[in-house]
Design a protein around this ligand. Structure first.
Ligand SMILES: Cc1cc2nc3c(=O)[nH]c(=O)nc-3n(C[C@H](O)[C@H](O)[C@H](O)COP(=O)(O)OP(=O)(O)OC[C@H]3O[C@@H](n4cnc5c(N)ncnc54)[C@H](O)[C@@H]3O)c2cc1C
Length: 491
């Protein structure tokens, strides 16, 4: 890229941005911009030179036009709760925060839809829909803070996605600004829309294809009743087997989450959710629907769990108890933050039958890398979140945590799974994508990016690794495996 000299560039840019959004909404002093240096994956940081907070499509178009002419990279940002560095600033670029665009533009209970600006918080959608007996199903654990724009760009999931689907299954229409400054819309409120269906391409595109400015979501009738079963198991294998038994019995629970002992102990210390800390693993299985449906399903779930090795069961009898049990799972990440100075949250997926082998492998890796790991997962879809505990202040510990994480992801691929479940690729998983996809497959990704963003100004160098990077990564892997095979006794 050809840039004008840096300092002049920055000054000109700041002036031009101030003209568009006003001085209050252009941040450029380090004490203001520091807060935007990373997303929730704090190990990857870059203090941005400029953060701009537009309020409306017209302002975004004007900003994009400036950046397009000067080839300045734009990093779109929602709430910055992403866990793969997707919203991490790029040195020579600007951060474009959608935080001010947080209005619910319409909520139509008859059509069961809501039209939202990108900065609307996930939880705010269900809160607004609730008086109409409706809710928005995808519920990431970060839902109190994360935005619908971020959810669309990460194809966010959550506890309820086993039954109700991911963001992709609950978004009807997306509108945004391309890097050319043009408005682009896809999807529609009808069951099918004319033309190529590009919605699945845009959902999960991590800010690389367009800046999302409006999202239309499907709302669902809020179930009148819900109960959760908490089941304890003496071994990880038995617990994983019980998950398979539930799924193969044709039940689709509203939630099916698993936590190992390290996770339950950390959570109990923090939240007192009533978890069985002596169990090797626990399962949380939720049923929702009418009172009769829930009671029938809970009876079936209990029977399956007991037949498949659960040593004790607790069923929530009140809404307060149900919330308390879930609060433990929802606070597992912050609980990890209390056990160690830092944690590195991985996000891999394996076929359900491979969950126990993967956990056994993780236990070996804990010894190999000398780091502890606690495991929480969306067990129903085999999406695992190993939380590697480390102290970044200890020299070399972050590097070991990173290597530990990569080893987990490579094992996920080997077991027939994938390196992302719901947290995206961002900057974190670029090397893993070199392993998972062939050169030809990655080339298709690059060409698609080029169609939407020929100048490569939208979140460039994220999400898709370059050929050069993959060649380099291949060399490092060969060197590492040669080293391991000749120095095995040291591991
Ligand atoms: C404690 C914790 C729990 C979590 N639990 C879950 C979970 O259960 N399920 C789950 O899926 N995720 C979870 N996450 C990850 C994260 O919350 C989600 O990925 C969420 O969707 C990110 O939303 P955000 O608004 O914070 O987006 P950001 O982090 O700001 O951005 C995420 C990506 O989207 C892009 N982006 C954001 N807004 C726009 C826009 N308007 N237009 C174009 N691109 C945009 C950014 O460039 C970036 O690439 C968790 C994170 C934390 C910290």
């Amino acid at each position: 890229m050809n840039h004008p000299p840096d300092t002049m560039n920055a000054e000109d840019l700041i002036k031009a941005l101030i003209e568009i959004v006003g001085p209050e909404w252009v941040l450029h002093e380090p004490e203001e911009t520091r807060a935007y240096a990373s997303d929730a994956l704090t190990a990857y940081r870059e203090i941005p030179k400029v953060v701009v907070l537009p309020n409306g499509e017209e302002e975004i178009v004007a900003i994009v036009n400036i950046c397009q002419q000067r080839q300045i990279p734009i990093v779109p940002r929602g709430a910055g709760t992403g866990l793969s560095g997707g919203a991490r600033p790029i040195r020579e670029g600007i951060v474009l925060s959608l935080a001010r665009m947080n209005r619910i533009l319409a909520l139509d209970p008859e059509a069961a839809i809501a039209i939202l600006e990108p900065g609307v918080r996930n939880l705010a959608i269900s809160e607004a829909a609730s008086p109409h007996g409706l809710f928005y199903a995808p519920d990431p654990s970060s839902q109190i803070a994360c935005t619908i724009g971020g959810n669309v760009n990460e194809n966010a999931g959550g506890v309820h996605c086993l039954k109700y689907g991911l963001t992709l299954h609950n978004v009807l229409q997306v509108r945004g600004i391309l890097s050319s400054g043009e408005v682009f819309e896809c999807g529609g409120q009808a069951p099918d829309s004319p033309g190529l269906d590009l919605l699945p391409l845009l959902i999960g595109s991590e800010g690389m294809l367009m800046i999302v400015t409006e999202v239309t979501v499907r709302l669902l009738p809020r179930p009148t009743h819900a109960k959760v079963v908490m089941a304890s198991f003496d071994s990880i294998e038995t617990c994983a087997h019980a998950v398979a038994a539930i799924i193969s019995s044709c039940l689709i629970p509203a939630g099916l989450e698993m936590m190992d002992q390290a996770a339950t102990r950390a959570v109990e210390d923090f939240i007192q959710a009533g978890y069985d800390c002596e169990a090797a693993a626990i399962l949380l299985v939720e049923s929702d629907g009418s009172m009769t449906e829930v009671d029938e399903e809970i009876a079936q779930i209990k029977e399956i769990l007991l037949l498949n090795g659960s040593r004790s069961l607790v069923v929530s009898e009140t809404e307060e108890e149900r919330q308390r049990i879930w609060s433990g799972r929802k606070n597992a990440f912050p609980a990890a933050g209390r056990v160690a100075p830092e944690y590195y949250c991985m996000d891999g997926t394996v076929p359900r039958r491979q969950m126990a082998p993967l956990l056994a492998h993780i236990a070996q890796l804990e010894k190999h890398y000398g780091l502890r790991c606690m495991n929480v997962f969306h067990a129903g879809d085999g999406n695992m979140h190993p939380l590697i505990l480390f102290d970044g202040k200890i020299i070399g510990e972050w590097a070991r945590a990173e290597a530990f994480g990569n080893a987990i992801l490579e094992k996920c691929i080997e077991l027939g799974g994938t390196v992302t479940g719901e947290h995206g690729v961002g900057v974190e998983k670029l090397d893993s994508l070199c392993v998972q996809f062939t050169d030809a497959e990655r080339e298709v990704f690059h060409r698609l990016k080029e169609v939407f963003d020929p100048l490569r100004i939208l979140n460039p160098d994220k999400g898709i690794p370059s050929l050069r990077r993959c060649v380099e990564h291949g060399r490092k892997r060969v060197a590492a495996s040669d080293f391991q095979s000749t120095h095995l006794e040291h591991f």
